[in-house]
Design a protein around this ligand. Structure first.
Ligand code: 5GP
Ligand code: ZN
Length: 111
């Protein structure tokens, strides 16, 4: 499949991994929007949040369970962080493989 994030999961495209298990891969964003900018992707091609089902939601649950642990391991958990999911065209999604941005190391004031 011609998907950048599937290729990153398969190791065809290199990435700076910060966490990996059988459900997900977390790596540094190539174009960081915060001092710490991690992208977490399920190891299953789900196109967007609109494609989450009762069958595949376990990947989303596993990712959310891991987010605080990844933030803690990278040293910005205690200060807090923002988690962003862009869904579809109006949401600004550019890579059609579900992913969560974890942004830390700066303070957000507005939404
Ligand atoms: P979206 O705009 O779809 O919510 O987020 C896609 C994110 O993936 C962007 O922040 C972009 O910088 C990041 N990205 C796109 N291609 C690559 C890549 O090849 N490697 C890494 N590490 N990040 C990428
Ligand atoms: Zn994919």
């Amino acid at each position: 499949m011609d998907c950048i994030f599937c290729k990153i999961i398969d190791g065809e495209i290199p990435s700076t991994k910060v966490y990996e298990d059988d459900m997900m891969l977390a790596f540094r964003d190539i174009n960081p929007q915060a001092p710490e900018h991690i992208v977490i992707v399920p190891k299953c091609h789900i196109q967007s949040a609109n494609e989450i089902t009762s069958e595949n939601v376990k990947y989303v649950a596993a990712i959310w369970e891991q987010i605080p642990k990844i933030a803690e391991s990278l040293g910005f958990g205690k200060d807090g962080y923002r988690v962003v999911n862009n869904c579809g065209e109006n949401g600004g999604q550019t890579v059609p493989h579900l992913h969560f941005h974890v942004l830390g190391g700066k303070k957000y004031i507005d939404l």
